[in-house]
Design a protein around this ligand. Structure first.
Ligand SMILES: CC(C)(COP(=O)(O)OP(=O)(O)OC[C@H]1O[C@@H](n2cnc3c(N)ncnc32)[C@H](O)[C@@H]1OP(=O)(O)O)[C@@H](O)C(=O)NCCC(=O)NCCS
Length: 194
């Protein structure tokens, strides 16, 4: 279902079940006032490990990031409404290549608050950013990196058409180790054919 909100911005609305209670969430563009919730998510156990967050990240850094998003940067958040209390519980970002010969390609990052994972919010965010990439920016390639043991994320990406292209050895630090990541990508076959 969709509804018009915020002077014409169209937001999606769906609901999830939290402790048996149906909770609405919307997906909308990021706002500067979301910085605190995004900063908290990036630093929390259950998220930080898999997104390259560090515990010292400051809210001012997140505000700087949001304020400096360019026309090539797209960021959406998922916001739940629990009995009138609104809270940002997920975010996805897409960065389109800045150089002329890479403007057909983008990379993405995604996270969902630890207490709201496994409820379909990640899927909803990813579908929304893929629609933007495919049908409104007409990109050909979306790519990402994911730790090789991040099964939930890999399953989510594969379910929406991403494929593993390769393995980056010792790519990132996590809990005192240099860990491998998969490079995954999804191609827009509507534009390039099979
Ligand atoms: C990865 C992440 C974004 C997925 O979002 P989510 O809201 O938890 O995912 P969804 O509820 O939409 O579920 C996605 C798929 O994962 C599956 N899944 C759920 N829990 C799982 C688990 N513990 N193990 C494996 N798969 C799982 C779901 O079944 C679903 O597949 P389905 O649609 O076939 O049922 C989220 O878990 C997260 O933020 N994790 C920490 C940060 C992170 O890993 N970011 C990605 C970095 S590359």
């Amino acid at each position: 279902m969709t509804r018009a909100k915020d002077c014409g911005i169209i937001t999606k609305i769906a609901n999830i079940s939290l402790g048996g209670i149906k909770v609405d969430f919307i997906i909308r563009p990021v706002r500067i006032e979301d910085a605190e919730a995004i900063n908290e998510m990036r630093r929390m156990d259950g998220v930080k490990e898999n997104i390259l967050g560090v515990s010292s990240e400051r809210i001012s850094g997140t505000e700087y990031f949001i304020n400096n998003l360019t026309p090539n940067d797209h960021m959406l958040v998922a916001e739940v409404d629990e009995e009138g209390v609104k809270m940002v519980v997920g975010a996805v970002s897409l960065h389109v290549g800045g150089t002329p010969r890479m403007r057909h390609a983008a990379n993405i990052g995604i996270m969902v608050h630890r207490d709201y994972q496994g409820k379909g919010i990640g899927t909803a965010l990813l579908k929304e950013i893929i629609d933007l990439a495919d049908n409104w920016l007409m990109l050909i390639r979306i790519e990402l990196s994911v730790f090789v043991d991040n099964e939930r994320a890999i399953k989510l990406y594969e379910s929406l058409g991403f494929k593993i292209e390769g393995r980056k050895r010792f790519a990132s630090i996590r809990r005192g180790k240099y860990e491998d990541e998969y490079l995954m990508a999804r191609y827009n076959y509507n534009l390039i054919g099979n």
